[in-house]
Ligand binder design. Structure first.
Ligand code: PMP
Length: 379
């Protein structure tokens, strides 16, 4: 089996699973119980939270555990909007967001918020001049994805942070789900930051929102005492501890891993040059872990299933997008429906080997030549 869908989800690292099992076996108490078992669990939860805080160079009380990045994004955006609505109802975002941000924006429109979308440059990055033009007195939030999940294109998050320093009342949320564990992230000028364990060889079911201490949020999940006052529910201790482990492991040898993935990415790109119907959608600003291509005039799911016969697994668009619609991300960047209807995402890991890529390219060639090009898909 050749797995080339690491951006959809990653296989759980054995050490992470081991840590989940160990905590599940040895820590019975609810971290909020006041007896000995509860106190032991609470102590372990604090240790794991401190470890994550240290790795991200933030404070432990600034971390809110959630069920994943979808909930973290919802909490950040809805929580800020509800709390700061008296300051204004204007939000700035992009058309490159994951559905867990873009659908929240669509919902907020129905609640009387005004959403402005940043212009996108030909390389898929946002237009910083446009950001300066869009900022207004009633702007309360800017929300931008760090690395786009379909194309891997990385946004100039540090530059946005610098620009927003001059606007202390505008909060800056970053969806860092596809960035953590792949590139260095610096949370210095970021107010709210979402990420998820299952993208970094952790278990599904846990994510995290970093929220700068001075910022307030209105809860979206209400209930009793928990790990954070901003999110109710019994803290899932085995998930929290294993998340800390996954994060620590994901940051080991980041540079070497990046170089390895870059080489694989370059090998694939070079090999794909010979196919006239293949266009590369991941621009020079993309991280190498995600390589998005279009095979023009081919239904992407047809090609995906053809590769599946060889036990090769990759995605069309993302696992969270709607199948038969053109990719909104590609439309926003290239304004080309044909390209946006036929995209395939190859996502790589430091675990991917060059032998796997050689086999993938062999099967790609075989299936490409077996394709029935269908005329213009966009009409
Ligand atoms: N944001 C981005 C950029 C993502 O890629 C994903 C997952 N595909 C999410 C948010 C949602 O993460 P989760 O699956 O943890 O809810």
């Amino acid at each position: 089996m050749i797995y080339l869908d690491y951006s959809a989800t990653t296989p759980v690292a054995p050490e992470v699973l081991e840590s989940f099992n160990k905590v599940s076996r040895n820590y019975l108490g609810n971290p909020n119980s006041i007896h000995r078992l509860g106190l032991d669990s609470k102590e372990l939860m604090h240790q794991a939270t401190n470890q994550i805080a240290k790795l991200l160079k933030v404070k432990a009380e600034e971390l809110i555990f959630t069920s994943g990045a979808t909930e973290a994004n919802n909490l950040a955006i809805k929580g800020v909007c509800a709390h700061y609505q008296n300051r204004g109802k204007h939000i700035i975002t992009t058309e490159l967001e994951h559905s867990s941000v873009s659908e929240v924006m669509n919902y907020l429109k129905t609640q009387g918020y005004e959403i402005s979308y940043l212009n996108v440059l030909p390389d898929g990055t946002i237009d910083l001049k446009h950001l300066k033009q869009l900022l207004r007195l009633d702007t309360i939030l800017v929300s931008i994805v760090y690395v786009n999940s379909e194309t891997g294109i990385k946004q100039p998050i540090e530059d946005v942070g610098h620009i927003l320093k001059a606007y202390p009342k505008v909060l800056f949320h970053v969806d860092g789900t596809q960035a953590v564990g792949k590139i260095k992230v610096d949370l210095n000028n970021i107010d709210l930051f979402s990420f998820s364990a299952h993208k970094i060889y952790g278990l599904p079911g846990i994510g995290c929102l970093y929220k700068q201490k001075k910022i307030e949020l209105t809860n979206i999940i209400h209930g009793g005492q928990s790990q954070s006052k901003y999110r109710a529910g019994t803290p899932p201790l085995p998930l929290i501890v294993s998340f800390a482990k996954a994060l620590r492991l994901s940051l080991v040898n980041l540079d070497d891993r990046y170089t390895h993935v870059l080489k694989l990415n370059q090998t694939i790109k070079k090999a794909l040059e010979k196919y006239p119907e293949v266009v590369i959608n991941s621009s020079s600003e993309a991280i190498p872990h995600i390589l998005n291509i279009s095979i023009l005039n081919v239904l992407p799911e047809t090609f995906m299933h053809a590769l599946e016969k060889h036990h090769i697994y990759l995605s069309t668009q993302t696992a969270c997008s709607k199948f038969d619609e053109p990719s909104k991300t590609l439309l926003a960047i290239y304004k080309d429906k044909k390209r946006a209807l036929s995209s395939i995402r190859i996502s790589l890991s430091h675990k991917t080997t060059s032998e796997e890529i050689d086999f993938f390219l062999k099967c790609f060639d075989l299936e490409y030549h077996a394709l029935n090009f269908m005329g213009d898909l966009s009409v």
